[in-house]
Write a protein of this length. Structure first.
Length: 55
C-alpha cells in the first residue's frame, strides 16, 4: 500500500508542476502546429497519390 501512495504522490506532484508551467500561448501554438502538420501531411499524400496514378 505504501508503494501505491508514493506513486500517487509522485504522479500528482509531477502533473501539478507540468500543469503550472503550461500557458495558453503554448497550448495554442501546439494546436496550430498540429493542424499545420496535418494539412501538410494530407497535401503531400494527395500529391504523391496523383503522381503515382500518372505512372
Amino acid at each position: 500500500m505504501k508503494t501505491n501512495e508514493i506513486r500517487a504522490g509522485t504522479l500528482g506532484g509531477t502533473l501539478c508542476s507540468v500543469w503550472a508551467s503550461i500557458t495558453l500561448g503554448d497550448l495554442l501554438q501546439t494546436v496550430v502546429m498540429a493542424a499545420l502538420g496535418t494539412l501538410v501531411s494530407y497535401g503531400m499524400s494527395q500529391l504523391l497519390h496523383r503522381r503515382k496514378k500518372r505512372e
